[in-house]
Design a protein around this ligand. Structure first.
Ligand SMILES: Cc1cc2nc3c(=O)[nH]c(=O)nc-3n(C[C@H](O)[C@H](O)[C@H](O)COP(=O)(O)O)c2cc1C
Length: 151
């Protein structure tokens, strides 16, 4: 039976909180996307690291893989807006799987810049998947989450 996976990346915890709530409401499995090399804990340095990764089209190595992605037909991604797109580890994650036929939705926590180009960049890294527009992940209520996911 096909199911739903909520996969998230977080730097300061906001996307984690929302991902946990989304997984709870959707009855989905939860997976944290983590990089092998941590980002700097200094905010400004982290921004420089993120900018460099975007410029270099980097795909940072991750610590773990989802065991059986074939169990899922829906993927819900959660992550912060980093320099007007998704963090590059999200693209590392997507490119590690065959996502043909997957439905992908995403929410983006942000500092006021909304979702940036995240959906467009996710689409390029998930060939054969159906990728919806990202939604703003700040201040999501249970009602809004249910409406968004059709629960
Ligand atoms: C490297 C980096 C780049 C960021 N770039 C943006 C940006 O371009 N636009 C924006 O609105 N917020 C930006 N932010 C702020 C985060 O998106 C925001 O704080 C978010 O809520 C963090 O989610 P998290 O706690 O799950 O990491 C950036 C934060 C970091 C660390």
């Amino acid at each position: 039976m096909a199911g739903t996976l909520v996969a998230y990346f977080t730097y300061s915890g906001n996307a984690k909180k929302v991902a946990e709530r989304v997984a709870e409401l959707a009855g989905a499995d939860l997976f944290e996307i983590q990089t092998a090399a941590p980002y700097s804990t200094d905010y400004q340095t982290c921004i420089e690291e993120a900018r460099k990764e975007i410029a270099e089209h980097a795909r940072p190595a991750l610590t773990a893989k989802v065991e059986d992605i074939g169990k899922y037909d829906r993927l819900i991604l959660g992550f912060p807006n980093w320099c007007s797109t998704c963090p590059m580890p999200i693209l590392s994650f997507l490119e590690a799987y065959d996502l043909t036929g997957m439905r992908i939705d995403s929410f983006v926590t942000n500092g006021g810049g909304g979702c940036g180009n995240s959906a467009e960049d996710i689409r390029k890294s998930s060939k054969g998947a159906e990728v919806s527009e990202s939604i703003n992940g700040n201040d999501l209520t249970d009602e809004r989450i249910k409406e968004w996911l059709g629960l």
